[in-house]
Ligand binder design. Sequence first.
Ligand code: 0L1
Ligand code: MG
Length: 256
Amino acid sequence: MKLDQLAKRVAESQKNGREMDKLTISIPELTVNQAYEIQKLSINESLTGDNRFIGWKMGLTSKAKQQQVGVEEAIYGRLTSDMELTKPVLKVGELIHPRVEPEFAFLFKDELKGANITAKDVWPAVECVFLALEVIDSRYKNFSFTLTDVVADNASSAKILLSNQAYSPYHTDWAQAEVTLYQNGEMQKRGRGEAVLDHPIHSIVELVKMINREGLSIQAGMIVLVGGITDAVSIQASDEIMADYGELGKLTLHVI
Ligand code: 0L1
Ligand code: MG
């Protein structure tokens, strides 16, 4: 099995917004470690022109999502600058079957690494926190996959929108912060930060431990999407998605 060829297949599908069969259909023996290697190679394929590696995302951080996929651990993916929306507008034609979920994104001013870090090591390394909408888009048919497949497909990463306003990490209790997600004015989902591994800070700790196995770290200047606060909702052209974070503000995405 040639991991670089599989990575090329995944990278093509991500670039062209074309759906593909699950890798595990033809290679059922594919391991999660091999899937992370495919993830790394396929993202490296995409780093052409101005596209840069800008950080990490955590996925499957809520019990509900883990049960949906039948796993007991979170996964991580890689974020690149092409994924960041510079305006609150999403062109849905470039994607296959997109969904959106509200999150928080942490921006780091210091490197974080190691197998033994705890929450007390994370806070001083955080520069600020953004409100975020993550657009996920599995490249697999019917948004259906195994853990191994979704890891290889970069944890379904597609696009991210960050709030204009940044907050001090000490501004609020991020576990208690509430978000309500509206689609075309209709309330769809509501949740609190504690849906993310009981506290978003735990998501960062888990990420650092997981990437440490690959000898990697969160570097100064990187952002981390901590995980969905609610389930994701399917979106289509002409939708208006609004995430209301109460006193923290609102984040709106126009889908065209
Ligand atoms: O961001 C996420 O939690 C997505 C992880 C992958 C599973 C999915 O696509 O729903
Ligand atoms: Mg997410």
